[in-house]
Design a protein around this ligand. Structure first.
Ligand code: HEM
Ligand code: HEM
Length: 175
């Protein structure tokens, strides 16, 4: 790098760990659904719920970390791109928190506790209600999931654009 290149501001190491483990947990949670749909039985859907709830706990810790650590200055970009980036990041945070909450509520309204890897269980803390279970099922599968897919593709697309078109080492900030 020469002296005229702008300084590269990296995310704090805690933010980088939170980012990549969130992505990994999302991938595993989705993978468990694919296994459950293709193989069936109760094992994979049980693991889906436990990994999905782990992602909820992880996201809560991630938000706390975000509030108490300093984010690096934004990369200079056209105004609309900065706005799109902020909106996408906010939508990803919101969706990754709303998704497991909807999953949890659909399950407990369906009258089932959630087993966390055999370590402990989240009990049925509401009065079971088929209508509510149906509502949160629809939110989970038809509203929030398509949002996660759309914003994640947009996010990864933007990262690839920075990497291969703008070549500005943006991804390095999160590595
Ligand atoms: C961020 C975390 C989560 C993600 C990304 C996620 C994603 C998904 C996806 C993609 C499906 C399949 C949707 C479809 O068939 O179209 C699904 C189904 C399901 N999820 Fe989740 N999920 C998460 C968390 C949870 C949690 C925490 C629970 C329960 C405690 C849960 C319970 C379920 C159940 C029971 C189904 C089957 C619904 C059905 O077939 O009608 N999920 N989830
Ligand atoms: C190949 C996969 C991915 C790459 C290369 C990537 C890259 C990045 C980079 C470079 C940033 C920092 C942007 C900046 O400094 O302005 C970032 C932030 C972020 N990423 Fe990703 N990411 C990936 C996957 C994901 C996934 C799967 C999610 C969640 C669904 C996600 C959620 C976020 C969020 C919420 C932020 C904002 C962080 C904050 O403001 O605290 N990323 N990502």
């Amino acid at each position: 790098m020469n002296n005229t290149a702008p300084a590269l501001h990296k995310w704090p190491v805690s933010s980088r760990i939170f980012h990549w483990i969130s992505a990994l947990l999302l991938l595993i949670t989705w993978g468990m659904i694919l296994l459950s749909e293709n193989i069936g039985g109760s094992t994979y859907i049980g693991l889906h719920k436990a990994f999905g709830l782990s992602l909820l706990f992880w996201m809560i810790a991630r938000v706390i970390n975000r509030l108490f650590t300093q984010a690096p200055p934004e990369m200079p970009a056209p105004k609309w791109q900065m706005l799109a980036s902020r909106l996408t990041h906010f939508a990803l945070y919101a969706a990754l928190i709303a998704m497991p909450i909807a999953g949890l509520l659909m399950t407990v309204y369906g009258g089932r506790p959630v087993d966390m890897f055999g370590l402990f269980a989240i009990p049925v803390f509401v009065t079971p209600d088929r209508g509510m279970a149906r509502f949160f099922n629809d939110m989970h599968t038809e509203i929030i999931w398509p949002m996660i897919i759309a914003f994640t593709l947009l996010h990864i697309g933007a990262a690839l654009y920075h990497q291969f078109v703008k070549k500005d080492r943006l991804i390095h900030r999160m590595k």
